[in-house]
Write a protein that binds this ligand. Structure first.
Ligand code: SD4
Length: 331
């Protein structure tokens, strides 16, 4: 206690000595330079970035941001577009099932105040991102799982839906002929959504929604709904989110790691690269699986990186909605 107080006092007085004279002598200058930097930074707002090629989702999020709504609203509405797309086989309706033929969804959402809500192993509901938001806003908890999550969703007026489409059922029946389980690089079909947004006020929120790995064991939960792994936001610093083989993201708590690296001064790009490097160092099998990260900092700067070729991001900024290929480690 004493020591901490001493350190606090010491740093305060150091600040006073180092900056004191100019601070008080030129208060006016300080304010004007702050205003200047605020101008430069807000020029980057609003902005939305998401994993994979999901232009319709980012366009919806952008529209919500342009209307002056919060980053949180933009995230929910943007993610909902892909969840409702029955052709996408890794999010919401149409997602590929587990090995028993059940479509089970994971999602989470985190706002600029540090609030978080998630659902794991949710069945029969098209919009897990919205249920996650309800968990965050309407319950004293942060994660609801399985039947309990489904009952909660129904109690909130969500309609029960059969999420297994003919195309996904067919793919599952084909898979059953060999029942060979191995993560296939980029099986994600390029639409598992991790999304980060910064609104006009410079506040950051994020979301992540997925049907998880195709043909996973019944009961398996991935990184996407787990705070710090599939998603993390700290509105003082920035946010990060992940896609790919969730087990590897979970073991390295990837999104939290990226935000902490940015806190230490790394750019979003450097932080994503270091988080991928951490996985590569720990798991020599990295040639056989994919992980991709995206990150956004408080200035509206972005970064993205993956282990293998094939990962891309969609960024809506300055009126432009672009799908951009990511740089990657394994060349
Ligand atoms: C998972 N990370 O359940 C998810 C899958 C994914 O793009 O992101 N696919 O492991």
């Amino acid at each position: 206690m004493k020591r901490r107080k001493f350190i606090q006092n010491a740093s305060l007085s150091t600040f006073g000595i180092a900056a004191g004279t100019s601070l008080f002598a030129s208060k006016k200058n300080i304010f004007s330079s702050e205003e200047k930097s605020a101008q430069i930074e807000t020029a980057n707002f609003p902005l939305v970035i998401a994993t994979w090629n999901v232009k319709e989702s980012t366009a919806e999020a952008w529209r919500v941001l342009q209307d002056g709504n919060s980053a949180l609203d933009a995230i929910e509405k943007g993610c909902m577009v892909e969840e409702a797309n029955a052709e996408g086989q890794s999010v919401g309706i149409g997602g590929l099932p587990d090995r028993d033929g059940n479509v089970t969804l994971d999602a989470c959402i985190m706002d600029s105040k540090g609030n978080y809500g998630a659902v794991v192993y949710l069945q029969n509901i098209t919009h897990p991102i919205s249920v996650a938001r309800k968990v965050m806003e309407d319950t004293p908890h942060v994660i609801l799982a399985g039947k309990g999550a489904e009952q909660f969703a129904l109690s909130k007026g969500f309609k029960p839906v059969d999420l297994l489409t003919d195309a996904s059922k067919k793919a599952w029946e084909e898979w059953k002929k060999t029942s060979q389980y191995k993560p296939i690089i980029n099986i994600e079909n390029h639409d598992t959504i991790g999304m980060l947004a910064i609104d006009k006020n410079g506040d950051i929120s994020g979301g992540c929604t997925t049907s998880g790995l195709a043909y996973k064991m019944a009961g398996r939960v991935g990184d996407s709904p787990i705070i710090g792994s599939g998603l993390f936001i700290d509105n003082e610093i920035g946010g990060a989110t992940a896609t790919g083989l969730g087990e590897e993201v979970l073991k390295t708590v990837g999104s939290f790691l990226i935000v902490e690296l940015m806190r230490q001064g790394k750019t979003p790009q450097q932080a994503c690269e270091e988080a991928i490097g951490r996985i590569i160092k720990k798991n020599p099998d990295f040639k056989n699986f994919q992980v991709g990260y995206i990150a956004l900092n408080k200035k509206g700067e972005t970064g993205y990186y993956s282990i293998h070729d094939g990962f891309s991001v969609t960024k809506y900024h300055d009126g432009k909605n672009e799908n951009i290929p990511s740089d990657f480690y394994e060349k």
